[in-house]
Write a protein that binds this ligand. Structure first.
Ligand code: NAD
Ligand code: UDP
Length: 323
C-alpha cells in the first residue's frame, strides 16, 4: 500500500541519513520533511532529487499540511548540549510542541515514531542501562530542557497508546556520530575532529574519564529503519539503540589526535552535571531486531567521519568548531 511519510528534523545529522533510507522504500508515495534549519543544514539533503520528496521550512510545532500522513517520524530537536542549553524553551517546544502538533496530522491507524534519547537515564546509577531503568535526571539541572522534554514526549506517546491505541515506536538513541554533523555542532566526536583539522587543539572537558558508547550513524540508522518501518514487530518501545562498547572521552580524543600529527589535547573545566557514564543494555534490541548489531568500531567510524570533515573543511565549511 502506498504510504505518505512526514519526517521532522530531516535536514539534521541523523534525519538526513533517514531521508536516504526512506527514499529507498518501494511503498513510499510521498515524503515531506519539515525542518526550521535551527541546527540542520539544507546541504545535508542537497543531493536529493526525487519527485516524491518535498522540504517545508517551518517549525514542527506550528507546521500544517492539507493531507494526513500514514507515518510520522519526529526527530526535530537539537541533540547537542551546546545548542539545546542555549535555547531551552525552544528545545522544549520542538520536542513536546512538535509531537502534539504532528500527532494531529496522523491519519487514523497511522504510526508515530519518535527519537528519544539515553539522556532519559540522566547520570545513570546502573550500567549498562536497560529500558526499565527509570533514570537519574535532575529536572532543574542544565540538561533538563532536553532530558525532560524527551521524557514528557515519551509519556505523551505511551499515554496516547494506552488511552486510544496509538501505534507508536519510541527509540532511545545513545551517542551517535558520523558524517553530516555540523562543524560547529559541539558534540565530542565532531568537535574533536574539526578541532584537530583546524586549530589543532582538542578540548576535553574535565579529566576525560567520563565515558559514552559511541554509535556510528550507519549502524544506528540501520536499527531505526528496521524498528520504524521494515521489520514486523509488536514491541512499541522504548527501545535502546546504540553501540555498547563504552569508551572514555579521553580515549576518543587521543584517537582523533593520533590522526593529525602535531595536534594536542587541552583539558578545560568540567561541564556541570556531565553524565559520568552511559552504555546501552541491548538485550531487548537483540530480541526485537534479530540480526541487528552496531558493529562499526570507534576507530573505523571516526576515520570515516574524519575523511568527511576533511573534505567539508577543504571545500570551505565556514563555521569554526566549538572551543
Ligand atoms: P541535529 O541537531 O543534527 O538535527 C535536528 C534537526 O531538527 C535539525 O535539522 C534542526 O534544524 C531540526 N529542528 C530542531 N527544532 C526544530 C523545530 N522546532 N521544528 C523543525 N525542525 C527543527 O540532531 P541529530 O543528532 O540529527 O538528532 C536527531 C534526533 O535524534 C533528535 O531528536 C535527537 O534528540 C535524537 N537523538 C540524537 C542522538 C545523537 O547522538 N545524534 C542521541 C539521542 C537522541
Ligand atoms: N566533550 C568534551 N569536549 C568536547 C565536547 C564534548 O570533552 O569538545 C565531552 C562532554 O563533556 C561529554 C562527552 O564528551 O562528557 C560527550 O559529549 P557530547 O556533547 O558529545 O554528548 P552528551 O554529553 O550529550 O553525551
Amino acid at each position: 500500500m502506498p504510504r505518505s511519510v512526514l519526517l521532522s528534523g530531516g535536514c539534521g545529522f541523523v534525519g538526513s541519513h533517514l531521508v536516504d533510507r526512506l527514499l529507498r522504500r518501494g511503498d513510499l508515495e510521498r515524503l515531506v520533511v519539515v525542518d526550521n534549519l535551527w541546527t540542520g543544514l539544507r546541504d545535508n539533503i542537497a543531493h536529493v532529487a526525487d519527485p516524491r520528496f518535498s522540504l517545508r521550512i517551518a517549525d514542527a510545532e506550528s507546521f500544517s499540511d492539507s493531507q494526513a500522513f500514514d507515518e510520522i517520524i519526529h526527530l526535530a530537536s537539537p541533540a547537542s548540549p551546546v545548542w539545546y542549553m542555549r535555547e531551552p524553551a525552544r528545545t522544549i517546544r520542538a520536542n513536546i510542541g512538535g509531537a502534539l502538533n504532528l500527532l494531529s496530522m496522523l491519519r487514523p491507524g497511522g504510526r508515530f515514531c519518535f527519537a528519544s534519547t539515553s539522556e532519559v537515564y540522566g547520570d545513570p546509577l546502573v550500567s549498562p542501562q536497560p529500558e526499565n531503568y527509570r533514570g537519574s535526571v535532575d529536572c532543574t539541572g542544565p540538561r533538563s530542557s532536553y532530558d525532560e522534554s524527551k521524557r514528557c514526549t515519551e509519556a505523551l506517546l505511551f499515554e496516547e497508546q494506552r488511552v486510544r491505541g496509538l501505534d507508536v515506536r519510541v527509540v532511545r538513541l545513545f551517542n551517535t556520530y558520523g558524517p553530516r554533523t555540523r562543524i560547529d555542532d559541539g558534540r565530542a566526536v565532531s568537535n574533536f575532529v574539526s578541532q584537530a583539522l583546524t586549530t589543532g587543539i582538542l578540548t576535553v572537558y574535565g579529566d576525560g574519564l567520563q565515558s559514552r558508547s559511541w554509535g556510528y550513524v550507519d549502524d544506528i540508522v540501520d536499527g531505526l529503519e528496521r524498528f520504524f518501518w521494515r521489520d514486523s514487530i509488536s514491541h512499541r518501545g522504548p527501545l535502546n539503540l546504540g553501540n555498547n562498547s563504552e569508551i572514555s572521552v579521553l580515549d576518543i580524543a587521543k584517537f582523533v589526535s593520533s590522526l593529525v600529527p602535531g595536534s594536542r589535547i587541552e583539558h578545560h573545566a568540567p561541564v556541570p552535571q556531565d553524565p559520568t557514564n552511559r552504555c546501552p543494555d541491548l538485550t531487548l534490541a537483540r530480541q526485537v531486531l534479530p540480526g541487528w548489531e552496531a558493529t562499526t568500531s570507534y576507530q573505523d567510524g571516526i576515520r570515516r567521519t574524519f575523511e568527511w570533515f576533511k573534505h567539508q573543511i577543504a571545500a570551505g565549511g565556514k563555521s569554526a568548531a566549538t572551543g
